[in-house]
Design a protein around this ligand. Structure first.
Ligand SMILES: [Cu+2]
Length: 91
């Protein structure tokens, strides 16, 4: 939803801002182990510590995590970290 909204926005004239928008990647993962706000806090703190992470939103109701990132972060690194802290991404 966010991606679509960003994609339909008019081009920003600030070259730096434009560059950031273009390279940001949004991913949404299903993480079944999220059960309460403590889980949400842990995920946001741990994933947020990775270099290149722009935002982390976790929701205990849907058990979904939405992460916006940029280089040097990668899906591989994010998935590995989530598994390491006992919140593996569902297949
Ligand atoms: Cu919890």
């Amino acid at each position: 939803m966010d991606e679509e909204r960003l994609g339909s926005e008019p081009t920003c004239l600030n070259p730096f801002f434009n560059y950031k928008e273009r390279t940001m990647i949004t991913v949404k993962y299903s993480v079944p182990n999220i059960s309460c706000m403590h889980c949400v806090h842990t995920i946001q703190t741990e994933v947020g510590d990775l270099q290149g992470i722009q935002s982390v939103k976790a929701d205990p109701a849907s058990k979904m995590v939405e992460i916006v990132f940029d280089s040097p972060a990668s899906e591989e690194k994010i998935r590995a970290l989530l598994a390491e802290i006992n919140y593996p991404v569902a297949a």
